[in-house]
Design a protein around this ligand. Structure first.
Ligand SMILES: [Zn+2]
Length: 348
């Protein structure tokens, strides 16, 4: 861990120094032996905290209530990442507009892309919507590596937790055993939330996930006359399998894919392009023919167009944060998915 601070302060650096003085109050709790982890989003911070435990102070650039595609690189953020022992990003181009200026400004080679203290959390996650063919500007804000909102699939949170564990173990090998223990307890807790305590204890999370991914979970449970014992998020969402809904932005696909819901349209005509009257008219027609019951959008989007479409179709609107910290009581990854499941069951 190298936390040397420059004592040379040319005039131009003063705004940055002042910002550092201000921010340093908020993390005076960082002890000498603790790692300083900075993440782009609160969801990554939540998972990193579960893995690092007492061995790190974890802070996030995003607060969870703003659009993660657009974050302004403030001087105080540059100071945050300058001394980081590990920088973690969502990746898949989610931070493409703001990561480079932030990391360049920090002048810490180790946290630059490809460096030992730079972790792209999307390694090995299950990816959806990888575009085939050439991408043009006319397609809107399309990400060439696929849809980057992957953290809303609990399976991907499990994989991200493993990625963080592996990297932390490289950076601080003496705590490897603790990181591993924390990984197991995070994954076990996630599996209990996903399948319910009873099933997770009886069959183990790994087996249940593998059955679910092969599409065999429901028949497996039926065969054992266990179909009534499916609990957790999956148990709560099972009655709504196959239902159709509309989202504002294409940010819910991982959640809907995991719980067998179908997104039939977006209020945005193209990713990152605000709704137009002609596009909304089309969405209304599609929703009527397909009997879609709900519209889901993040709190930072204008809900006027959602309300308009809802008034013409009888659908219900769910305003749902994408990230930890995006709403009251959403304090970590598990409460985030709890909240989304709760909202979905209300509107579907
Ligand atoms: Zn997006």
């Amino acid at each position: 861990m190298n936390r040397k601070k420059s004592i040379c302060c040319p005039r131009l650096l003063w705004p940055v120094v002042l910002a550092f003085v201000t921010t340093s109050f908020s993390w005076t709790s960082l002890r000498a032996e603790q790692l300083n982890i900075v993440t782009s989003t609160t969801d990554l911070a939540s998972i990193a905290r579960s893995i690092a435990g007492q061995h790190a102070v974890v802070r996030s650039i995003g607060s969870g209530s703003e659009d993660p595609h657009f974050i302004q690189a403030k001087p105080s953020y540059i100071v945050m990442v300058r001394d980081a022992d590990l920088w973690i990003r969502v990746g898949m181009d989610l931070e493409i507009g703001w990561e480079a200026p932030l990391l360049d400004g920090a002048r810490n080679m180790a946290i630059q892309e490809g460096g030992p203290k730079h972790l792209d959390a999307s390694e090995r996650v299950l990816r959806l919507e990888i575009p085939s063919g050439r991408i043009t500007r006319a397609m809107g804000d399309v990400h060439p590596q696929g849809n980057p909102h992957y953290w809303l699939d609990p399976l991907n949170a499990r994989i991200v937790a493993k990625n963080i564990t592996d990297r932390l173990s490289k950076i601080e090998p003496k705590y490897t055993e603790n990181f591993q223990k924390n990984l197991v307890s995070f994954q076990e807790s996630l599996d209990r939330h996903m399948f319910g305590k009873e099933l997770a204890a009886k069959y183990g999370g790994a087996r249940l996930w593998s059955l679910l991914l092969k599409g065999e979970l429901y028949s497996f449970l039926e065969g054992l006359s266990e179909d009534g014992s499916l609990g957790g998020w999956l148990g709560r969402m099972t009655p709504f399998r196959g239902q159709k809904l509309v989202s504002y932005h294409r940010s819910w696909i991982y959640f809907t894919n995991r719980f067998d819901l179908i997104i039939i349209a977006e209020l945005e005509p193209k990713p990152g392009i605000p709704p137009s009257p002609s596009h909304l008219a089309e969405v209304i027609e599609i929703m009527k023919t397909e009997h879609a019951k709900a519209i889901i959008l993040e709190p930072y989007y204008n809900r006027k167009s959602a309300d308009l479409v809802a008034s013409k179709t009888g659908a219900k609107v769910a305003v749902c944060p994408l990230s930890v910290g995006g709403g009251p009581g959403i304090k970590d990854y598990l409460t985030l998915i709890d909240f989304i499941v709760g909202q979905m069951t209300k509107v579907l």
